[in-house]
Design a protein around this ligand. Structure first.
Ligand code: DGL
Length: 275
């Protein structure tokens, strides 16, 4: 029997806050526990084994803190660790607990955005190399052509809070030009990294007219709401106090300051050590 607890939301750093804020607005009644592994971000360039190891440590600590359901609000972790955790680890840790990712819920909705049936994916090196998006999108929409572009500089720009500065322009333009050169018929671009919504103003400014950039937060939040409706056994063990605690593996002061900007509200971070 599961003991009621908060919903866990994990990302390598600040990016998952862009998902958490949508989840909180849609379902303010639940308690949440956010964990950002800022100390070891970015995950994007790391090997499969390391992302899996780090993500498993984070999931275990969120379970230890009482979460029964953990959302990997990180595409890189969803691409490289989710399946192994679900299939290999969960049966041993606790077969009743659940871990969900962000790739499938995004793939599920993308068919309604594209008219040209050509979709671009911007993500970390890990997410793009994993081919997770083309695989998932093809399951739902076999008529859609999917083209990926890794943007290795975008997460460091966000983690270092350079996303509104001129330096970011160069890298945003470069990767947008690259993906549109690979497939000029693209009319929809998925921001397949939870850090990228912070660059949305710049992305929109440099995208040619008629091409839209789609952040994931809203769709992840709706998908979670739908999951909880379909799984009353899990919904009933999610506590409802409207409280969120924010944990970081880096300095809590630094986290609180940055997270307050990302979330547009004052929050207080707490330090946690993963092992
Ligand atoms: N925000 C994460 C994602 O959605 C990962 C960023 C990183 O640590 O490289 O992919």
């Amino acid at each position: 029997m599961l003991k009621p607890g908060p919903i866990g939301v994990f990302d390598s750093g600040y990016g998952g806050l862009t998902v958490l804020s949508h989840i909180q607005s849609l379902m303010p009644e639940y308690d949440y526990c956010y964990l950002g592994d800022n100390l070891r971000a970015p995950y994007g360039p790391r090997s499969f084994d390391i992302v899996y190891e780090f993500t498993k440590e984070a999931v275990n600590i969120l379970f230890d803190m009482g979460c029964n359901l953990v959302i990997l609000a990180c595409n890189t972790a969803s691409a490289k660790a989710l399946r192994s955790i679900q299939q290999k680890d969960l049966p041993n840790i606790d077969p009743e607990k659940r871990v969900l990712g962000v790739i499938r819920p995004t793939a599920e909705v993308i068919g309604s955005f594209t008219k040209s049936r050509h979709v671009g994916i911007l993500g970390t090196v890990g997410t793009i190399q994993s081919e997770s998006y083309p695989i998932e999108i093809t399951k739902f929409f076999p008529d859609i052509t999917v083209t990926g572009e890794a943007c290795p500089m975008w997460v460091p720009l966000v983690e270092n809070r350079e996303y509104e500065n001129e330096g970011a322009d160069y890298f945003v333009k470069k990767n947008l030009n690259n993906i549109l050169a690979k497939d000029p018929a693209i009319d929809t671009i998925i921001l397949a990294c939870t850090h990228y919504p912070l660059l949305l103003n710049k992305i929109k400014a440099f995208l040619p007219e008629g091409i839209s950039a789609i952040p994931q937060g809203e769709y992840i939040a709706h998908s979670l709401q739908d999951y909880l409706k379909r799984h009353p056994e899990m919904e009933s063990v999610c506590t409802k106090g409207g409280i969120t605690r924010y944990f970081t593996t880096e300095s809590p002061e630094k986290f609180s300051e940055a997270a307050t900007i990302f979330l547009n509200k004052e929050i207080e971070g707490e330090r946690i050590i993963l092992k």
